[in-house]
Design a protein around this ligand. Sequence first.
Ligand SMILES: NC(=O)C[C@H](N)C(=O)O
Length: 316
Amino acid sequence: MNVGLLTTGGTIASAPGPDGTVGVAVAGRDLHGLDDWPVPVTVREVALRHSFALSLAEVRDLVSTIRAEAAQYDGLVVTHGTDTLEETAYLLDLVTPADSVPVVLTGAQRHAGERDGDGPRNLADAVRIAASPAARGLGPLVVMDGRIHAARQAVKAHTLALDAFASFDGGPIGEVRRGSVRIWSSPVRPAGFDLAPVLPRVDVVTSYVGADGVQLAACREAGARGIVLEALGAGNPTPGLLAEVRRCLSAGLPVLVTSRCVSGPTAAIYGHGGGADLAASGALMAGSLPSSKARLLLSIALATDALPRLGDHLAA
Ligand SMILES: NC(=O)C[C@H](N)C(=O)O
């Protein structure tokens, strides 16, 4: 059994600097779990960055590196900043075949200089999952504070809590407790996509009372190839947003409709300027997919000429 560890930075590899702010400072080779790692681990540092600073192109390239490295091991762990870990995990899920070895992403909410940091335990848990036969065939996974999430489902739900992640549609699919890995459900994973060399620009625009849609016009001007509208309630726009979404659709931009609500699906329920009018205009309801993930789904579908397959991922 041979497990790889790719390190990219984040709070798990951070420490306070002279000015007291926390910066990424701990090299991958110095990231250590607890002594009871069950298998030999080969460490490779691929970045030393805060995840909030990563570009979409860098996330795409990181996913390409993870796929290439995973093939060399029986399981792979990736340490990553938690702020955008959900995007890297989701994009990886979209391009990872069912028979891939386990790839487990983790991070930390407390930096490496804190005596009661959560990084070492998260790292040890991730190694145990990556080495576990129970984790095979599930697609990429996210583990934090002992809870195992399917990559498609994982969202950062708390700014500081150690159990920072939630699964937006249900709950964790397993747990690690005192080194014992338990998986109790398998994620539904529709057929994925090729990892295109470039992911086209797709912007997310949120909604609020009286939003006039000026951001949508700016996104079109900036060259967006698609739009995710984070709408009100079950997928309802303001009058200004509806008008601008229609202009985007007329300009040939596909529009996915998510919700600013914490949970629940979007649906074409309301007329008189509501979500039913969005759908009638050609926008696609994204179900319960969060905006951060809907954006990546639309981008890779555009890049691979696979828009007709969007629905498979919205119903799953
Ligand atoms: N907890 C974390 O890892 C947050 C950190 N700012 C990041 O790189 O995403």
